[in-house]
Design a protein around this ligand. Structure first.
Ligand SMILES: [Zn+2]
Ligand SMILES: [Zn+2]
Length: 180
């Protein structure tokens, strides 16, 4: 069975990881485990932006990938960016083994709203499936309800389902067969 290893980056709420560990296999044909050690995000911090460069985190994850890890999904709670954008919710290696995402901008509190753990968990799950989709070479989908739709704000994430549209699903199934 394909193993998705969840890698905590810095301080991440353990219950959020446990939730993903249960929820991801309900959406994709994978098993999910939590990586025994975490990744320190500090070397990817850029003081001039007060943010963490997600591509640098992806790079540092490469040495952690072991033969039994089909996919390595890093879960952070810091503000991620790539140089051409103000921020990113996550980044993945296209057809690669690694992806990273952050809960930082998925919290309602970030937007000055009341804490909503249920909503946070849904958003994290959708982002996880989305980034794992990219690692299976899926591109952004035109269907705004599909989990592979692009999202520039949390409102767009909330519009998505946590599932793939029919077209993305069949593409993912054939890509999973190839990536085994
Ligand atoms: Zn994307
Ligand atoms: Zn789709």
């Amino acid at each position: 069975m394909n193993l998705v290893h969840l890698l905590p980056v810095g301080k991440v709420d353990a219950s959020l990881l446990q939730d993903l560990r249960t929820a991801i296999p309900e959406c994709l044909p994978v098993v999910c485990e939590i990586f025994p050690v975490g990744l320190d995000p500090a070397p990817a911090y850029h003081a001039e932006r007060q943010q963490y460069h997600s591509s640098e985190l992806l790079q540092r994850m490469q040495v952690l990938v072991r033969p039994q890890d089909w996919r390595l999904l890093a879960v952070a709670n810091v503000d991620l960016y790539i140089p051409i954008l103000k921020y990113v919710f996550g980044e993945a290696q296209m057809a690669g083994p690694c992806a990273v995402l952050s809960a930082y901008r998925l919290h309602q509190e970030f937007y000055g709203l009341d804490r909503d753990d249920g909503l946070l968990r849904q958003r994290l799950l959708k982002e996880s499936i989305h980034e794992l989709g990219h690692t299976l070479d899926l591109r952004h989908c035109e269907d705004y309800r599909c989990v592979m739709a692009s999202s520039h704000s949390v409102e767009w994430i909330d519009l998505r389902e946590s599932t793939l549209c029919d077209s993305c699903r069949s593409q993912m199934e054939s890509n999973i067969a190839l990536a085994r």
